[in-house]
Design a protein around this ligand. Structure first.
Ligand code: ADP
Ligand code: TRP
Length: 315
């Protein structure tokens, strides 16, 4: 990798099964450009601990997320795929960032407020979550972070943490920018609200043919517009509006047929990735993560040394 390339990083929490919202919001933008950058793809397993307290499930999710990364086509030779908890620099910089920002500032975070409103326990980890995320990014001198719309504020928080650090200690860390695709920033779920693991409205990215059909058939279609809005909005992710125009004209009002067409297009899109995923073993995952974290540490260790000496904890 050349020294002049800009740096890209994104991460997904290993808190459940990935859905097509995760794919179109975060993974697809990453896939589109990652080869032009020095790229990092992280499994945010410490973040998953803010909402998950089942060790078998967490372990299983970690394997699954890495398999998903590989199956969607990320080449581990061309991106550094690693796990947050394998590199303790994240914890250390996360703590230092916790000491940069105030409680009232963290209290403004939409994601925290939404999760608590949905009944998640307001544990301290959930509260300081954006500072661990800021550390994930700042450790690698990242320029660009592809994410969905719901993460926009977290990137502002990352910039705030970095800005406060730099103002206190000198220009040491880089302020990152988000990359949010216009048309897919919020992928709708089967009920029309944002698709999310925690809303029970997902189309799983690696679902079986039957699971995909079941999810598509459950899409709410009580819209009054020309076409069933929620079906159409998901269909638009797979085909151009021109491609869809004649189908939606021909089958106007026949919501069942339109859903069938969407399920078929999703199956065409998902089947090859699903087949690829079946070939990936747990040992493959362990190997990718072991190699990934070594490469990740090469970068993060340099940053954390600078940070330690800037704040005065190196003797
Ligand atoms: P979830 O809301 O399902 O728990 P996460 O918070 O783990 O998903 O999100 C992982 C990544 O996927 C983030 O970059 C997030 O912005 C993106 N993402 C999640 N849901 C959607 C969606 N419905 N539309 C677009 N992007 C999404
Ligand atoms: N907070 C992100 C989410 O819920 C996951 C995440 C953790 C992340 N660390 C990150 C995303 C660093 C981008 C960069 O989706």
């Amino acid at each position: 990798m050349s020294e002049t390339k800009k740096r890209l990083l994104t991460g997904l929490q290993s808190s459940g099964t990935l859905h097509i919202g995760n794919y179109f919001g975060a993974l697809k933008p990453f896939l589109d450009i990652y080869q032009d950058y020095e790229s990092y793809l992280m499994v945010a397993d410490y973040h998953a601990l803010t909402s998950l307290r089942n060790p078998d499930e967490l372990r299983n999710n970690i394997y699954n997320v890495v398999k998903d990364y590989l199956a969607v086509g990320v080449d581990p030779e061309k991106a550094i795929i690693f796990r947050q908890s394998d590199n303790q620099d994240h914890m250390e910089l996360g703590w230092i960032f916790d000491c940069m920002v105030t409680v009232p500032f963290l209290m403004q975070a939409h994601s925290y407020k939404d999760k608590v409103a949905k009944g998640l326990e307001p544990n301290a980890g959930l509260f300081t979550y954006p500072m661990l995320q800021a550390a994930d990014i700042a450790l690698y001198d990242i320029d660009v972070v592809p994410v969905g719309e719901d993460q926009r504020q977290h990137l502002e928080y990352s910039r705030e943490a970095v800005g406060k650090f730099n103002r206190a200690y000198g220009d040491i860390l880089k302020e990152p920018k988000e990359l949010i695709y216009d048309n897919v920033g919020v992928v709708p779920g089967t009920d029309g609200a944002k698709m999310s693991k925690s809303y029970g409205n997902t189309i799983p990215l690696f679902g079986s043919k039957e699971e995909i059909e079941k999810a598509v058939m459950s899409i709410v279609t009580d819209s009054e517009g020309k076409h069933p809005e929620h079906v159409y909005n998901i269909h638009k992710l797979l085909k151009t509006e021109e491609d869809l125009a004649s189908l939606y004209e021909e089958k106007q009002g026949r919501y069942g047929d339109l859903k069938k067409a969407l399920a078929e297009d999703l199956e065409k899109f998902i089947a090859p990735m699903r087949e690829r995923r079946e070939q990936i073993t747990d040992d493959d995952v362990k190997k990718v993560l072991a190699e990934g974290v070594e490469r990740a540490k090469e970068m993060s260790h340099k940053t954390i040394q600078k940070v330690r000496s800037a704040v005065g904890i190196n003797l």
